[in-house]
Structures are given as structure tokens and as C-alpha cells.
Design a protein around this ligand. Structure first.
Ligand code: ARG
Length: 829
């Protein structure tokens, strides 16, 4: 009661408390338990939390990782696209170009590529070319230009030779055409109409617009002329006129690409003489010697290309300026490759002149093409003024292997001539002709119109009697030559175009003792020329045996050069026509118009030529590895590329050939005339030979000799996969054959105006059976009565429509080409 509380007093309470504290413990425990429980609870949620967070971490990492991988893949892909795939899809396109800078002096330092003068001048020009093309539609594709040469030239100023490189995808590369690129350059030249000159301003440079050339070029040419190290480029200077500088190249079993830059003094031209060339002959696909009229391999400046070996006689070429470029290429690993020649600088010579002829009739002198006997360069021109002393005397020109024909609408490919205001085209042929200019005053202008160099021309000139070109009693050939009356209808082609034998159909049968037919040519040749057979009677063949004769098995000798296997039974025992290995159908025991399906192995020489995978022309096997076809099958750049052709042999149904070969080379006749199909013949060399086991279905046909005569009315067969109707454009799949008749040459002439001695007509005058489109190049096969062997007497060439009445088919007359074939086919004899 009113007692104050002190510590002692509170003590028992303490005890009490401590007593009670018994209870405290459990509370403490409880508390700690509870705390523990709470702690446990807390622990549990942390674990949950922990579990939750690791899960989240995993997913985020995965996403992050995927994202990263994705980004890396995208980057790699983009880089791959930029550096590999895009590159692989892109092509570098190379162009070689040329233009002339006017008012710029050439300095000798320009010959050194590392001279200050060369570098500063070329940088300036490069800058201009870059600016022109970077501002053009091709700006994104244009990569760079390189100036390869700065040269002096006979027209004054500086000639700039340059390379350009464009990079484009395959799809875009077709738009980068050479004409477009040259148009861009030309359009950038500002000319003024006022001074009527082709010289204008190309971003500050005075350029002659007419001199601009841009040509697509080969990557290999770009690399081998502009690259470094292993380059084989030689600059050779001719410093004095008349100095012969030798050019020799020898290499064995290695790939060679060598270039020669031949440079002459100002005002001079280069004459290059080639003495021998040794390369693998494959139509210039791998091996070639190319001569350019510039200092770079610019295609349109090609003067000539040699595709096969030769060493018999030298040939020479002349440039149009003071420079020439030579490229010798031999990619074939096998064998020796070489070329030998020399060059010189020659002075420019005017061509033509004024000629006063003598009063007497006859040839008295020669005129020649420029720089004869060299090939003459393109774009040359000559003019001659002839005068005879009397108004009744005209000027005659006799060419050795050339003919002048009035110019039609088309251009002339091998020289155009203006003779007293009339225009003519010149064509190379294989025989002489005479041109009569019916006036005593004759002005002649000759322009070299070929793209390449052409073989030298010579014409004899003289006076003739305008009212009577040939002497009295002589026969005038359509070639213009004069022959004696006794040569007319003697069975020999004295006119070189058979015009002396065309109108002799009645005389042929005249075998009276006085007839010219009784001459040795027709007697004892195995063909009955006379109706009574008197020309083949009493043939004792008492010719002495020697090198120019053929010894028959019975011991007698015959005087024929081509007696062996020419389809003419020269020996009475037929031994000259046995074992010839051609013209036999071993497989047969027994789109053509109006034809029928053939049997298997019936025409073992028939070939189908496929161009870019589809049937295009026919051909015939003439020896192991060689075919004959028509020149017109290969008439343009693409068609003349042997790599695009395959030959299908031993085939009856298209697609079932027993042997297919690639074509190694195509030899088109050098006189093939695109305008009238004259000399429509080509030889093809196969890349691979068919195995011996196929000889029962692949056999050569015999090539007729030049003496073999086919008479009108004789029956032959034409075969091919060409159209069956003029207007049925679907070609048959099975080889068709049709028997047709040889039409006499006189009738053939009266039907078609342009028949040449290298053509023959065959068909039915009723129409009905004929060759047609697609049969070209295929054989006209004729079986010789004596030997029973088959001869290739014709090659399907042309015709007016197909199977039209009175318009027979026209075929190349193969007998005219026996020596041409012999010249090219080594295994042929
Ligand atoms: N030139 C044709 C060709 O390319 C052959 C024409 C033959 N014509 C004729 N009527 N025979 O296939």
C-alpha cells in the first residue's frame, strides 16, 4: 500500500517473472519457430522466385542467342551475296576502243608508259572517258578505262587506243552493246554544224567523231595486253623505209598468246609478210594468227585471220595507217606452234592513172589492186582513165579469178566498180573472165568494199573492136573469153563456165568421123557418148604405163588422172572402180516433197546437222571424219561457229542417231557468194570418229571426179528431214527419199537466170518431188551404172519455192569441187 517500489521489491516479481519465464521459452521457441516457419516460408518463396528467374533467364538467353544467330546469318548472307554470289552472277564486259584527238602533237615520250607525258595525257583522257560513261545510262555498270596506246598516225593528231570494263549481271549485260557505247561517246562530242567537220569537243578534248570505234573484246585479250608479268607483248618500230624486220615465234607444248605492235614512220604503211604458220586447224576457235589494222585487238579493224598451218607460199598484207597489231594464239597443248614472217614500212602510193592504149587489138598491159601482190586493205580506192586511139575500139579488161556483174540493190562485198557511170560488183571466182567496156573513153573507179583484206587483183587491159569483141569465126563465151569454133561443143569446158557446151545437145549425138566428139576425151571413157556406142568400141588402151597413167588389173594403162574411183569405168575389167571404200550400202541387201520413208541403213552417208540442239541442215559423209554440206548453212557469225553444231550419223528417225559428234571446224568455200549461192559448198571436220563397228550403218559416199558427166534424164535420189510441203512447217521425223531426174543444163538456164557452172538442176518438171527447207546441205546421190557405187553428184542448195511445176531444185555440182575437196581433206584421194 503506499510502498514505493524499488529493485528489491521488484525482485520477487522477477522470480515470478522468471517462473513464468518457463513459459517464455516456448514462446521464444514459438517465436523462433514461428520465425523459422516464417523464415521457411520466406525461404520457399525465394526458391520459387529463384526458379522463376532462372526460367526467365533461360528463355531470354535463348531468344537473345537466336536473335544473335539470326543477325550473324543475315550478315554472312549479305556478305556472301555481295562478295561471292553477286560476283558469280556478274560478268565483266570488256570493250576495246579507238578515237583520234586532233590538234594534239605526238611526242616520242608517249612510247614510254611510265613517262610523265604519257601519264598526264592518259589521266586527262581517262578522266574524260570516266565522266562520259559515269553520266550515261550505264553509270552503275561502268567500272574503269585504261589507255593502252597513244600513237601518231597519218591523219594527224593522236590516236587513242583504250580499254573499258563494265560489270553487269548476266541479265543486264545484254544491254551493254558496243553500238550503244560508241553512240554514247559520239553523242558526247559537241560538233558545230557551221564548220561541217566531224571534229568536235569531248569535254574539252578535240575528237574526230568519224574516228570513234568501240568493239566488244575478249577478256583474254584484255588480260594479255594490259596485265603484268607474264605478258607477251612486243613493240617493234620500223625506223627506215625498206628495212625488213623479222618476226619469229616458236613455242612447244605450251599455251601461247603473244601480241606484236608493229609501228612505222609517219606517212608510211606497214606491209606484213607471213612466210609460215604452224597451228592446230580448228577454224580459229583455239589457234589463230590475227592481223589488225590498229594497235589493239579491235574486231572491226581485223585485216585477216589465219586459222590453219601453211608454208607453201608467202602472203602479205598492208595496213591503212602506220601501225599494225598481230595476235598469235595457240591454246592446244599438243605439238609445235610457230610463225615466221617479216614486216617493213612502205610509202603510201596513189592507185590508178591515165592510160592511152595502142591502136592494135589485143591485151597490152596490166592494172592491179593497190599494193599488189599483197592483199589490198579495206577502204582503198583507185581510178583509171582509159583512152583508145579510135572511136570503134573499146577497152577490154581480163581478170584471172574475178568477175564484174551489174550491181543490184544489195551492196558489194568484194569491191564495187563504177565504169562510165554504171555500177558493178566484183566477185572472186575460180576462172578468168573478160569485161568489155563498149567505149573508147573509159573512166573506172574501184572501191575496196570488203571488211577484211582481199586477195590481190590483176586485170590485163587492151583494145577490142566494139562491134565484134571476138575475132571472126571465134566463139564468144559468156565469160567474155574468145575460143576457136573447133572448141565449141567439143565436150571440154573451154569457156570455164560451160557456155561453149550448153547449146550442143544435138551435136552430142553426132559421132561421125568428122565430129569433134570423136576426140580422145570421150573415147574409151566408159560412157557411151555416141548413140551407136562407137566411142567405146575398140578400146585397146595402148597408153604406155608411166606416172601419169593408171594401170588396170589386166595390165593395160589408161591416161586418166583420176581414173581410180572416179565413178567412170576406165579399165575394161573395172579394176579402177573396185575396192574404193565409198558409195556402197552395206546395210541393205536388196523435208523431201513427194518422198517416202527410208529403210534402216539405206543412206549410210546421210547426216543430220543440228544447230543449237535442233535439226537445221543435211550433210554427207565423204571420208572418215569429214562431211560435205552447203555453205549457206553457215552463213553468219553464229552459224559459222563450229561449237554450236553437232553431226548425227547413222540415223533414220530424228533423235535415234547411233553416233553423234561435235564439229571441229567448218571450211566454207572462199568464193561462196551470198547473193546468188554460187560455190555453195562447205567441208566439216568431226571432232570424234565413229567406231569401226558402226561401218555397216555409216559409210562414205564417193566424190565424183571433175570428168564425171551427168546427163539430163539420169535418175538420182534426194534425201533429207526437210519440209514435206512448201507451207508445211513441221519437219518429218523419219528420213525421206525421193527419186528425181537430172534436168539438162540448157533448160535449167532458161528456167533460172542465175545458174552458174557450179550448179545443176534436178527434180521433176511436174513438180511433185523436190527438196525443201531443211534439206539443204544434204546429198543428191546418184548410182553409177558401171560400178554400182553411189556418188555425191549434188548438194541441196536452193530453188524457187518447193516442188513447183517447172521450177526444179538447184544443187551444187560437186564434180566441180573434187580438187577443192582434195586440197582440204588430207585423207582424201
Ligand atoms: N535452201 C533450202 C534449205 O535451207 C533448201 C531449198 C531447196 N529447195 C528446193 N526447192 N529444192 O534447206
Amino acid at each position: 500500500e503506499g510502498k514505493s517500489f524499488n529493485a528489491m521489491e521488484t525482485f520477487p516479481i522477477f522470480f515470478k517473472v522468471s517462473n513464468i519465464s518457463v513459459y517464455v521459452l516456448p514462446i521464444e521457441e514459438k517465436l523462433s519457430k514461428r520465425r523459422n516457419i516464417r523464415k521457411k516460408g520466406k525461404k520457399k518463396s525465394k526458391l520459387q522466385k529463384k526458379q522463376k528467374s532462372t526460367l526467365w533467364n533461360f528463355w531470354s538467353k535463348l531468344t537473345l542467342f537466336t536473335l544473335l544467330v539470326f543477325i550473324v546469318v543475315v550478315i554472312i548472307w549479305t556478305l556472301l551475296w555481295i562478295f561471292v554470289l553477286k560476283r558469280a552472277n556478274e560478268d565483266a564486259l570488256y570493250f576495246a576502243g579507238l578515237f583520234r584527238l586532233v590538234n594534239k602533237e605526238f611526242v616520242p615520250e608517249y612510247r614510254e608508259k611510265d613517262s610523265r607525258e604519257f601519264i598526264s595525257m592518259t589521266q586527262n583522257i581517262q578522266h574524260v572517258i570516266n565522266a562520259v560513261y559515269r553520266a550515261s545510262v550505264f553509270s552503275r555498270l561502268y567500272k574503269q578505262s585504261t589507255i593502252s596506246d597513244l600513237s601518231n598516225n597519218n591523219n594527224g593528231g593522236l590516236l587513242v587506243h583504250f580499254w573499258m570494263v563494265f560489270i553487269a549481271t548476266k541479265a543486264k549485260s545484254q544491254f551493254v552493246c558496243e553500238d550503244c557505247l560508241s553512240a554514247i561517246l559520239k553523242n558526247s562530242i559537241q560538233t558545230s554544224l557551221a564548220n561541217r567537220s566531224s571534229v568536235g569537243c569531248l569535254l574539252g578534248l578535240p575528237v574526230d567523231m568519224d574516228s570513234v570505234i568501240v568493239n566488244a573484246a575478249l577478256r583474254s585479250d584484255y588480260i594479255s595486253t594490259t596485265g603484268t608479268a607474264s605478258n607477251c607483248v612486243t613493240n617493234i618500230y620500223a625506223e627506215e623505209p625498206g628495212q625488213m624486220i623479222p618476226l619469229n615465234l616458236h613455242a612447244s607444248s605450251e599455251r601461247v598468246t603473244c601480241h606484236f605492235k608493229l609501228i612505222g614512220m609517219l606517212g608510211h604503211l606497214i606491209r606484213l609478210t607471213i612466210i609460215s604458220v604452224e597451228v592446230e586447224a580448228d577454224g580459229c576457235i583455239t589457234d589463230s594468227l590475227t592481223i589488225y589494222d590498229s594497235l589493239m585487238p579491235i574486231r572491226s579493224k581485223t585485216l585477216y585471220q589465219i586459222c590453219e598451218s601453211f608454208n607453201s607460199s608467202s602472203v602479205s598484207f598492208v595496213s591503212t595507217d602506220n601501225a599494225m597489231f598481230l595476235t598469235f594464239k595457240s591454246i592446244q597443248i599438243k605439238g609445235l606452234k610457230s610463225f615466221h614472217g617479216h614486216f617493213e614500212a612502205i610509202s603510201q602510193k596513189p592507185c590508178g592513172g591515165t592510160i592511152l592504149t595502142k591502136g592494135s587489138i589485143g591485151f597490152e598491159g596490166n592494172i592491179t589492186s593497190p599494193y599488189s601482190p599483197s592483199f589490198y586493205p579495206p577502204k582503198c580506192s583507185c581510178s583509171w582513165a582509159f583512152k583508145t586511139p579510135h572511136s570503134d575500139l573499146g577497152i577490154a579488161l581480163k581478170f584471172y579469178n574475178y568477175v564484174l556483174k551489174q550491181k543490184g540493190l544489195k551492196g558489194c562485198n568484194h569491191g564495187w566498180w563504177k565504169i562510165n557511170e554504171k555500177m558493178y560488183c566484183g566477185y572472186y571466182i575460180d576462172h578468168p573472165t573478160v569485161f568489155y567496156a563498149g567505149s573508147s573513153d573509159v573512166n573506172i573507179i574501184f572501191h575496196c568494199s570488203s571488211k577484211l583484206s582481199d586477195p590481190p587483183l590483176t586485170a590485163e587491159y587492151g583494145s577490142y573492136n566494139i562491134s565484134k569483141p571476138c575475132p571472126t569465126g571465134d566463139f564468144t563465151c559468156s565469160t567474155g573469153l574468145c575460143i576457136s569454133q573447133s572448141q565449141h561443143c567439143n565436150g571440154l569446158d573451154d569457156c570455164f563456165d560451160e557456155s561453149d557446151e550448153l547449146t550442143c545437145s544435138i551435136a552430142v549425138k553426132d559421132c561421125s568421123a568428122s565430129s569433134p566428139l570423136k576426140q580422145s576425151y570421150f573415147t574409151c571413157d566408159g560412157i557411151k557418148d555416141c548413140e551407136d556406142g562407137s566411142d567405146e568400141l575398140n578400146c585397146t588402151n595402148v597408153v604406155p604405163c608411166n606416172v601419169i597413167t593408171y594401170k588396170c588389173r589386166n595390165g593395160l594403162c589408161i591416161a586418166k588422172r583420176n581414173a581410180k574411183c572416179d565413178g567412170i569405168l576406165d579399165c575394161a575389167d573395172g579394176s579402177d572402180e573396185s575396192s574404193c571404200g565409198c558409195g556402197i550400202k552395206p546395210g541393205v541387201q536388196s523435208r523431201i516433197i513427194g518422198g517416202s520413208d527410208v529403210e534402216d541403213g539405206e543412206w549410210p552417208w546421210q547426216v543430220s546437222l543440228h544447230f543449237s540442239g535442233s535439226a537445221y541442215c543435211g550433210a554427207s559423209v565423204i571420208s572418215k571424219g569429214w562431211l560435205v554440206s552447203a555453205a549457206h548453212c553457215f552463213r553468219d557469225d553464229r552459224l559459222s561457229d563450229p561449237r554450236l553444231w553437232t553431226a548425227h550419223l547413222g540415223m533414220r528417225v530424228q533423235g535415234n542417231a547411233i553416233f553423234i559428234s561435235e564439229i571441229k571446224r567448218i571450211i566454207v568455200h572462199e568464193y561462196y557468194n551470198t547473193q546468188n549461192f554460187d560455190y555453195d559448198i562447205a567441208l566439216l571436220q568431226l571432232r570424234s570418229l565413229w567406231p569401226e563397228a558402226m561401218n555397216s550403218v555409216i559409210q562414205p559416199i564417193c566424190v565424183p571426179s571433175s570428168q564425171q558427166v551427168l546427163r539430163g534424164g539420169e535418175k538420182c535420189w534426194v534425201t533429207g528431214w526437210g519440209q514435206r510441203q512448201e507451207t508445211d512447217y513441221k519437219d518429218p521425223t523419219t528420213l525421206q527419199k525421193a527419186e528425181i531426174e537430172i534436168i539438162n543444163q540448157t533448160l535449167c538456164h532458161s528456167t533460172y537466170e542465175f545458174i552458174t557452172p557450179r550448179m545443176l538442176c534436178a527434180g521433176l518438171l511436174s513438180g511433185k518431188r523436190d527438196a525443201c527447207k531443211g534439206d539443204s546441205g544434204g546429198p543428191l546421190s546418184c548410182q553409177m551404172k558401171g560400178s554400182g557405187r553411189w556418188f555425191l553428184n549434188g548438194i541441196v542448195s536452193w530453188g524457187y519455192g518447193c516442188g513447183r511445176p517447172n521450177f526444179p531444185g538447184v544443187y551444187t555440182k560437186v564434180s566441180k569441187f573434187s580438187s577443192w575437196i582434195e586440197k582440204h581433206v588430207p585423207t582424201f584421194s
